[in-house]
Design a protein around this ligand. Structure first.
Ligand SMILES: C[S@@+](CC[C@H](N)C(=O)[O-])C[C@H]1O[C@@H](n2cnc3c(N)ncnc32)[C@H](O)[C@@H]1O
Length: 260
């Protein structure tokens, strides 16, 4: 008789504050004999940092070490090839535990299916193993809470944009948006701010970095030094205030209580 295979769990662990993990994700996390998490050389990784206080000593840790930190690699290296190989190797390492009958909880900062690294493991493993995905609080919603701003009223739509887009694409999409969230800033910040300013949106745009993490920072967009912008940052442009929302809607009321 062959032993039963382990189950794969993709756990959204939220945007930073360890209290922003769901009860379900926490239960799955605590029950898993193996905990896998993305990281890079010499770092702990954001997802592990968030849940570290919840782990038991006997839980086996499986770091998945991302090989590159920039998309611009010198020849003969190619970013897409390196990343594909990384996810193939990570999936194989997770599969080895699953084949041995051990459940594996894969941590993902924010939500696993919202630009999450877990998606690439899911694509490789979900057809072969019983899989459950537990959603998490994503960065955009954490950012709106921290910035004290409702995002979209009534029939307004929200555009989720990436700072990696070309300046022209960004300009077109932003010009057409009711409300927008712009992610993946870091080195792309100066370009993104230029587009926001060109479209006359500086008054509505709000900036937050490391929302709900210990080092959270909120700053007026005009005053942000592009050299200091971290990867974990975003710009929110809320939809225009709805007539029914009334005065005192509290938009941009500032950061909430410090992250716990
Ligand atoms: C690969 S995506 C991961 C998104 C994540 N899965 C989520 O649900 O929000 C990384 C981008 O998410 C945004 N991000 C994630 N966590 C954040 C945080 N705590 N504060 C601000 N931005 C964050 C940043 O724009 C960052 O460049």
């Amino acid at each position: 008789m062959t032993a039963a295979k382990g189950r794969l769990f993709g756990l959204g662990v939220g945007p930073g504050d360890p209290e922003l993990i769901t009860v379900k994700a926490l239960n799955r996390l605590r029950a898993a004999p193996v905990v896998a998490y993305p990281t890079s050389h010499g770092r702990k990784g954001q997802a592990l940092t968030i849940v570290e206080g919840y782990l038991r000593d006997e839980q086996q840790r499986l770091p998945m070490v991302f090989p590159v930190t920039t998309e611009k690699l010198p020849p003969p290296f190619d970013y897409e090839t390196e990343v594909r190989r990384f996810y193939d190797d990570s999936a194989a390492a997770v599969a080895a535990h699953l084949d041995a009958g051990r459940d594996v909880a894969v941590l993902c900062e924010g939500d696993p299916f919202f630009y999450g690294s877990f998606m690439y493991l899911h694509d490789r493993l979900a057809r072969r193993y019983e899989t459950e995905v537990v959603p998490g609080v994503c960065s955009i919603l954490a950012g709106a809470a921290v910035l004290g701003t409702p995002l979209v009223y009534r029939d307004q739509s929200l555009s989720v944009l990436s700072g990696v887009m070309t300046e022209e694409d960004l300009r077109q999409r932003l010009a057409a948006a009711d409300a927008a969230a712009i992610m993946k800033l870091g080195t792309t910040f100066a370009k993104v701010r230029r587009v926001v300013a060109d479209l006359g949106l500086m008054d509505r745009a709000l900036y937050v970095e490391r929302a709900t993490m210990g080092a959270q920072r909120v700053a007026p967009l005009a005053e942000v030094d592009p050299k200091t912008v971290p990867y974990f940052s975003l710009i929110l442009i809320p939809g225009p205030t709805w007539p029914g929302s009334g005065p005192g809607s509290g938009r941009g009321a500032g950061p909430g209580p410090a992250a716990g």
